[in-house]
Design a protein around this ligand. Structure first.
Ligand code: GLU
Length: 483
């Protein structure tokens, strides 16, 4: 094996890109880039029934969204069946693997019996010692046969894991597992080793749910006499309840976070720091800084806890780093998808949209906060907040005051600007001898449906006089209706 770092991400395309897999991928990617090595993608689509091209496309799409680039073409294990078969047959020829003629029914029955007798459940090696004659006879009857690896029966399998230290298992616990099924297709653990060897993988960085597989895979390296890569098994991400993170915890795939309005650079940074740190207290780190500081030795051996509040905090920080133009560039799709505007409208009213972004940005923890908290900018179709109605529309004078405010505003000529609107309001409050807030709060509710938000006078300027007047009118009718 050369000294060059070559790592891989080996997704099974049976679902969307899970955040756990994304994080392991980020570790692989950062490690490769840190060492100027290679990062390759190998799609493990040998499980034909469960794999799909749509899922492969979705996984690659999610990687592109995270701006994780890979080296060379994407490998597909389904293109490589013949290679695995050839290697499996080689082990057979060398006497390191043997054919097993036991049917699935027989195996099941024997396993049940072993269970009842509290014996080991592994394959009982019945076919290991078949004579040439017996084999020929079974073959002539067309009995299906699978190829099993001959595992040492005594001694200890061991390897040094970069994260977990020395790991051992008795060979007695590892049975002679199937490397090639009766249909000639090789199993995951076998194909994986053949590929890792042929692709000159120097480090296998994967979830620690694969430790049992690593023990099985050691036997294959040994059978071929191949040098083993180094292994780094990454502890799995847990939810706050310390259960393995799943749908129950909310968003679970990278696409879910994209849909929730998380920026890819924030998710990348967040996942990189989930169970890894640069050894100082830096939290917001650019990709370059992450690449420069990354090392496998600093991966924490205990399970990290996924904290969605921290992700939102980080996303907020990343949103604030974008200038108004960039932020609008990202957020416009969210508005369009929410049906609040169209591409054409954004393009032709870019400056107006920029001003909205400018007003809203400090309130945006996610891109989705724009349509959620700023819906009123884009549509008249919103309801009044219930608590707000009780608080700000209940005073018997409200309708009357809103009417006076409406007329005052209607008199504002030419530039309907924030400072002009503000002086008009203060003048009216003075004249009526009331606190300006007695007009401000009902007006905000009338114009936005909400009790909080960006500066009232600034948002009124952006809505424009006509909309402000119409919405105040609507509120007057509503207030009269409820009071
Ligand atoms: N296809 C395996 C998975 O998705 C990859 C395991 C590995 O990285 O070796 O879990």
């Amino acid at each position: 094996m050369s000294d060059k770092v070559v790592v891989r991400m080996a997704p099974s395309p049976t679902g969307f890109l899970h955040v756990g897999t994304a994080r392991t991928t980020i570790f692989n990617y950062l490690f490769a880039r840190h060492h100027q090595g290679k990062f390759i993608i190998r799609v493990e689509d040998t499980d034909v029934e469960r794999s799909s091209e749509e899922m492969t496309a979705a996984i690659l799409e999610a990687l592109k969204w995270l701006k994780i680039d890979w080296d060379g073409e994407v490998y597909y294990q389904s293109d490589r069946f013949a290679i695995y078969k050839e290697y499996a047959e080689k082990l057979h020829q060398e006497g390191k693997a043997y054919y097993c003629f036991c049917s699935p029914e027989e195996l099941r029955a024997r396993r049940e019996q072993a269970l009842a007798e509290k014996r080991s459940l592994g394959y009982d090696r019945r076919c290991l010692n078949l004579s040439e004659q017996q084999r020929a006879e079974l073959d002539s009857r067309g009995i299906l046969k699978a190829l099993r690896i001959k595992t040492p029966q005594t001694g200890t399998a061991r390897f040094i894991d970069i994260v977990g230290g020395e790991l051992t298992r008795d060979f007695g616990e590892l049975d002679d597992w199937v490397i090639m099924r009766a249909d000639g297709r090789c199993t995951y653990n076998f194909s994986c080793v053949v590929d890792d060897h042929l692709m000159e993988i120097s480090h296998v960085i994967r979830g620690n749910d694969h430790i049992a597989n690593t023990f099985k895979q050691q036997t294959i390296y040994d059978a071929f006499g191949w040098e083993k890569p180094q292994f780094a098994h990454v502890p799995l991400i847990l939810g706050k309840d310390r259960a393995k993170i799943s749908k129950r915890h909310g968003a679970i795939s990278v696409a879910d976070y994209q849909e929730d309005g998380i920026l890819p650079e924030a998710l990348f940074n967040f996942l990189a720091l989930l169970g890894w740190s640069a050894g100082d207290d830096r939290e917001i780190m650019t990709r370059q800084e992450l690449i420069e500081s990354f090392s496998l030795e600093r991966i924490n051996a205990s399970n990290p806890i996924f904290d969605p509040v921290k992700l939102e905090w980080m996303n907020f920080e990343y949103i604030q780093k974008l200038d108004d133009n960039e932020l609008l560039e990202r957020a416009r799709w969210v508005l369009i998808n929410a049906g609040l505007t169209t591409r054409l409208s954004v393009e032709s009213h870019w400056q107006w949209h920029l001003k909205v972004i400018h007003l809203m940005r400090e309130r945006m923890k996610t891109l989705n906060d724009l349509p959620r908290l700023g819906r009123f900018f884009y549509t008249d179709d919103f309801d009044y907040d219930e608590k707000g109605v009780k608080k700000h529309f209940a005073d018997p004078d409200t309708a009357q005051r809103l009417k006076q405010w409406h007329d005052e505003l209607a008199g504002v000529e030419d530039d309907f600007g924030a400072s002009k609107i503000e002086s008009a309001l203060r003048k009216l409050a003075d004249n009526l001898g009331i606190n300006p807030s007695a007009i401000i709060h009902p007006t905000r509710l009338a114009l936005t449906g909400m009790t909080g938000g960006p500066g009232l006078f600034e948002l009124m300027e952006l809505l424009g006089k006509e909309k402000c007047l119409a919405r105040i009118d609507r509120a007057i009718d509503y207030v009269k209706g409820v009071s």
